[in-house]
Design a protein around this ligand. Structure first.
Ligand SMILES: Nc1nc2c(ncn2[C@@H]2O[C@H](COP(=O)(O)OP(=O)(O)OP(=O)(O)O)[C@@H](O)[C@H]2O)c(=O)[nH]1
Length: 679
């Protein structure tokens, strides 16, 4: 990779559970770096991270938010990622562009589990990371630290290593001992912590924690191991270098603590990032980017900003991009550094930087570009949608506008999907949960001026016959001139589920000429689009067994009509029955929530647990497999998240059709009749 790799800007993504304090930590880091004259707060809605209307309205992050700054002469882009699992796609993409991640956690061990999705992604993608235990100014937090660390260790594949111990006065944390330098510091408001004499009271805890830290470092360094075995004291430089190397190689995870609200422990954290985070060239190697001399830029987020147009937020992996030049045939029209909602224009961007490139209309998130070509790079699959809404506009003429707006929202967010359902004529927006979809609707209103109504999508029911019959269909219209004549006998019988439709002719002696067989089949198929209960008919066998024709008046049209008449005759005799779609669902939960997930399934009409198994690659997690009627699926994700501290998720796919009878079926048929009548 080109460029002076010793001074290239780096990227830290701030991730972790919902409401753990990521936006507050970014604010505090920016303040520590001198990039903010005054700190904002989430409650007042004036932070750099939550600058969007949607974030302010909810006091939560709904997208990745970026800010560049400099700390101790090192250039950084910080990315405040949303904690809510509904906006996880943003976090996943931000992590693909980061050199290091800061996982912000709560000191409450009961909430440690909520960090599992973030830690798992980091472990799987070998992204170097550190943990920051936040909210430590709250009384009693120091006593929870060990338990929090143990609870986090259960879900982390990498060893977690405490690199500080708290100095306490009563139940307050007033400072810390740095286990690398063995210096003690007292927290000072809004500035670097003051060095102080190591308090006697902290010594035993300090010794024990330092020994544990050294032993974990020695697992990856034979020289250090030998020193420890022969009771030699390693030098500060050796310990610091080991720590930096092990973090860069994603072998272990140092754990810091402090308070984003009170700006404590934040400077120490930033300093560690400067010392331990890999540079852009190392990250490019980790990601397997191809070697070369040309500039290489990758888009990891796309925004259609009001008044500005499309912005492709990109990491420069190598070389330099200059405004007005081309990348893979796309002219760069504007290069901007980002600081929350602000954009700071610059002429060029070099290796390591994160910038918004203007008007790259043909370029999508994930794409990597050199001046001459697009480069294929590994990129995570979009998250599978979990919840759907059927949308329609309230003003006539807004339909095309809605299509274009949804296209833009889906380009920004790969975890949103639009489906145009040909059968139910619905435009369906799929997303990750209630808040995610609501946020998309808010954006349709605020950015595109669209008032959209929504309701749960219609369930694609089917119907079939349960009895066989032989019916006659005759169409005769012969009053003067060229008439119409078609006459068929049809034998109809039910087929096993999933067989579909079969047609056969068993005409003997040419009583119906061959050239009309196709028209008869066509007539049957058309009739099946809407059966007697109001839904498409499936899984039946129809045989044309007899009939007659007229040499002049018979036509395709006449035989089609005769077939339709025959099918209408058959409907009451063949006992139609409603079929409902059943989804096969795989619910992932930490094992302690497995019984709850099973109850969620059995608590739904028709829900059937098929079994459960350990989730491959996820220590302490299970996958519960189940069948759930699609009509019962709409709020599964909402209930699952509320039962599992937000970490449960599921995948699903249509599995089979199943008979629905009795009052439940009557309700469906009646509702569909009413919907048709009011349409
Ligand atoms: N006591 C205490 N509260 C904090 C601290 N940091 C953040 N908070 C509070 O925690 C709440 C959530 O803070 P945010 O910074 O928005 O948390 P977040 O992790 O960015 O939230 P999401 O991105 O929506 O997941 C707010 O009410 C903050 O004031 C802290 O150090 N101490």
């Amino acid at each position: 990779m080109s460029g002076n790799s010793q001074s290239t800007p780096r990227v830290a993504a701030i991730v972790g559970p919902y409401l753990s304090g990521k936006t507050s930590l970014m604010e505090s880091l920016l303040f520590a770096a001198g990039a903010l004259p005054r700190k904002g707060s989430v409650k007042e809605g004036n932070t750099v991270g939550d600058a969007s209307m949607e974030a302010k309205a909810r006091q939560m992050s709904v997208e990745a938010s970026l800010a560049s700054c400099e700390f101790q002469g090192e250039a950084w882009t910080l990315i405040d990622c949303p904690g809510s699992v509904e906006f996880r796609q943003e976090t996943v993409h931000a992590l693909m562009a980061a050199d290091i991640a800061v996982v912000v956690c709560d000191p409450d061990p009961a909430r440690a589990l909520m960090a599992a999705p973030a830690l798992k992604f980091l472990d799987d993608h070998q992204i170097p990371h550190v943990v920051f235990i936040n909210k430590m100014e709250a009384p009693g937090s120091a006593s929870k630290l060990k338990d929090a660390l143990n609870a986090l260790q259960i879900i982390s594949e990498r060893p977690l290593v405490l690199v500080e111990v708290p100095i306490r006065e009563g139940d307050q944390v007033t400072g810390y001992v740095d286990l690398i330098s063995e210096h003690a510091y007292r927290y000072e408001a809004d500035k670097d912590a003051d060095l102080l004499q190591m308090p006697e009271s902290v010594l035993p805890e300090e010794r024990e924690a330092r020994q544990q830290m050294l032993e974990k470092l020695a697992d990856f360094d034979d020289h250090l191991m030998e020193e420890l075995l022969s009771d030699m004291v390693p030098t500060l430089e050796e310990v610091a270098e080991d720590m930096a190397k092990d973090v860069r190689d994603d072998l272990l995870v140092p754990v810091f603590f402090g308070s984003a609200d009170k700006d404590t422990g934040v400077r120490r954290l930033f300093q560690a990032l400067c010392e331990e985070a890999p540079r852009v060239d190392a990250t490019a190697r980790r990601l397997g980017l191809p070697e070369g001399k040309d500039a290489l830029v990758q888009v990891f987020k796309t925004v259609h900003a009001q008044h500005v147009g499309k912005l492709s937020i990109s990491r420069v992996w190598r070389g330099e991009v200059v405004d007005g030049t081309s990348l893979a045939g796309n002219r760069v029209s504007g290069i901007n550094r980002l600081f929350g909602a602000q954009q700071i224009k610059q002429q060029k961007a070099s290796a390591g930087e994160v910038v918004a490139l203007g008007r790259m209309d043909e370029v999508k998130t994930s794409e990597a570009l050199t001046p001459s070509a697009k480069v294929e790079l590994a990129w995570p699959e979009p998250l599978q949608p979990m919840l759907a809404l059927s949308l329609h506009t309230t003003k006539s003429g807004d339909d095309v506008k809605l299509s274009l707006a949804l296209q833009k929202l889906c380009e920004e967010d790969a975890s949103l999907q639009v489906e145009q359902n040909a059968e139910t004529q619905e435009r369906i927006l799929w997303g990750q949960g209630e808040v995610h979809l609501k946020c998309a609707l808010d954006r349709l209103k605020s950015r595109f001026g669209l008032d959209v109504q929504q309701h749960p999508p219609l369930v694609p029911y089917r119907e079939t016959f349960t009895k066989a019959a032989k019916v006659h269909g005759r169409h005769k219209h012969q009053t003067g001139g060229h008439g119409q004549f078609g006459d068929v006998w049809l034998e109809i019988k039910p087929l096993p589920r999933g067989t579909g439709f079969q047609f056969e002719e068993r005409i003997v002696g040419g009583v119906v000429p061959k050239n009309f067989f196709g028209a008869v089949e066509h007539g049957v198929v058309e009739w099946m689009k809407r059966g007697p209960l109001g839904f498409p008919v499936v899984d039946i066998h129809v045989a044309l067994v007899d009939g007659s024709y007229h040499t002049v008046d018979s036509s395709d049209m006449a035989f089609k009509t005769a077939a339709r008449i025959g099918m209408t005759e058959a409907a009451p005799v063949c006992h139609p029955v409603l079929l409902e779609p059943i989804s096969e669902v795989h619910i992932s939960v930490p094992s302690e929530f497995t019984p709850k997930a099973q109850r969620l399934v059995t608590g739904r009409r028709g829900g059937q647990v098929l079994g459960f198994d350990a989730k491959p690659g996820w220590n302490g997690w299970d996958v519960v497999s189940a069948y759930i009627p699609q009509a019962e699926m709409s709020d599964v994700i909402v209930e699952l998240r509320s039962l599992t501290m937000g970490v449960g998720s599921f995948t699903w796919a249509f599995h089979h059709l199943q008979e629905l009878v009795g009052r439940d079926a009557d309700k469906v048929v009646e509702a569909r009749k009413q919907a048709k009548a009011t349409a």
